[in-house]
Design a protein around this ligand. Structure first.
Ligand code: GLC
Length: 452
């Protein structure tokens, strides 16, 4: 049988659209407004604090489906049966896949971690499952363990590797017919990932939303991680419908898939849990060559900042090509976001270790404090078609920030070092946001306060 992208897609289309409950449903509602983060009690564990300080990560969806260039759900949504789909293993070369290169893309963007799909819903693993599954990379022309390459490459660049692990499986027969057996398979897979590749920053599960009432045996699954990788973060994606929901005591961060994180109210929580929002450049996570609906760098900058405003991380996704290379547009767009971060302090930016504490801006404006540094983030001086829909430009003018500790009475604009005009009334600071000087538009402008 010859396999071409076209024949795959056509066979699925001929079968007609499937009525499936996919996660591509409605988007969660708008940001509920400026709230405070009351993070006094409980305190974050070191691993959660380290994760929060990483702020920005690269999500990578990659697997057999990349060869079809029509998204990571192509098998299911185009009705491709398993034997036919697994023919893609014969042409999976991973010629351009390099963990180090992924880590460099991340680093260039100002990111501090990368989360790669070790296995997605199609059941194909990028690692040597040592016989746990017939569908893994060792049976392809790639002939090397890509998770090993990934973890080593990240560490060489001082980037933290994390692993996405599907719990929903379309091809393993045990998923439908032998639930206990499937759970054992899942745990054995995680045990391998925990023991073969050195320290892993975190495990990112996805798919429990597919069988809401099933017993996923999460106590036992998470125990494997706590036993072998006590410092790894545990995340389990709650999907589009239940963003922000905490589903288990061992979870370290709740997810907001393509949502808008809101600050977490931690009162009454047993432990300090943080948040992460994941987002992709278009409507697909795996590469979709005919999806042109791509986000701009301006949009990604705003999303990143709105996450930090809510105390959450942003996990920004790319889908590498069939051979494993990050597509040019996404690579360039992320580098542009990295330029923005560099212009505002780079590694020293308040985006990482800074927290909103009690400070509040109006509308989308907000403040972050790290030690004796306070940055005020001013949105919507102009808004272009490429930034978020439904948001109007507020133009130049006065912006108010509440709860700003006294003594911070001087301000400069970080993009050009010029003096910013502020007035203070108790803990309220009013900043005069001028219109852009010709030659400049940094999307969100940042004024740094210091003690006079
Ligand atoms: C959804 C999708 C999946 C993607 C994930 C990323 O759960 O099923 O394809 O991996 O979202 O958040």
């Amino acid at each position: 049988m010859t396999i071409s992208r076209r024949s795959f897609l056509a066979s699925g289309l001929a079968a007609g659209p499937l009525a499936l409950n996919t996660p591509f449903g409605s988007f969660p509602g708008p940001f509920p407004g400026a709230l405070e983060i009351l993070a006094q009690d409980p305190r974050p564990t070191d691993r959660v604090r380290r994760f929060e300080n990483m702020a920005f990560g690269l999500f990578v969806h990659w697997g057999l489906y990349a060869q079809l260039g029509a998204g990571e759900w192509v098998k299911k949504l185009h009705g491709i049966d398993t034997p036919r789909y697994m023919e893609l293993m014969k042409t999976f070369t991973a010629k351009d896949f390099s963990g180090r290169e992924l880590a460099r893309v991340a680093k260039r963007a100002g990111m501090r971690y990368v989360t790669l799909t070790s296995r997605h819903h199609d059941g194909f693993s990028l690692y040597d499952t040592a016989g746990l599954s017939p569908y893994d990379v060792t049976k392809t022309p790639a002939g090397r363990d890509l998770i090993a390459d990934f973890c080593d490459g990240c560490r060489a660049e001082d980037i933290v590797p994390m692993l996405y692990c599907t719990t929903l499986d379309w091809t393993d027969p045990r998923f439908e017919h032998d639930w206990k057996g499937y759970q054992e398979y899942l745990r054995a897979s995680i045990r391998r990932l925990c023991t073969q590749y050195g320290p892993i920053g975190g495990f990112w599960f996805d798919g429990n939303w597919s069988k809401k009432d099933a017993d996923w045996e999460t106590d036992a699954l998470y125990a494997v991680i706590r036993e072998h990788q006590p410092e790894a973060l545990i995340i389990n994606n709650t999907g589009l419908e239940q963003g922000g929901k905490l589903t288990h005591d061992e979870i370290d961060a709740v997810t907001f898939e393509r949502g808008r994180p809101s600050p977490l109210d931690r009162s009454g929580m047993k432990k300090y849990v943080t948040g992460e929002m994941c987002l992709t450049f278009n409507q697909h996570w795996g590469i979709a060559t005919n999806d042109f609906n791509l986000l701009s760098p301006a949009h990604v900058i705003e999303e990143l900042l709105l996450c930090r405003r809510a105390g959450a991380n942003l996990l920004m996704n790319v889908g590498p090509t069939a051979e494993g290379r990050v597509p040019d547009y996404e690579r360039a767009a992320l580098a542009r976001v990295g330029d923005w971060i560099r212009l505002h302090g780079g590694e020293e930016s308040t985006l990482y270790e800074g927290r909103p504490q009690r400070m509040r801006g109006t509308e989308r404006d907000f403040a972050l404090r790290r030690g004796e540094t306070i940055d005020l983030f001013v949105f919507d001086i102009t808004t272009t078609a490429s930034t978020m829909h439904g948001v109007k430009s507020r133009g130049a003018g006065k912006r108010r920030f509440e709860g700003v500790p006294e003594g911070f009475d001087r301000a400069i604009w970080l993009d050009d070092g010029s003096e910013a005009t502020i007035e203070r009334n108790g803990e309220t600071v009013t900043l005069d946001a001028k219109k852009w000087r010709y030659g400049t538009n940094t999307v969100v402008r940042v004024a740094r306060l210091s003690q006079a």
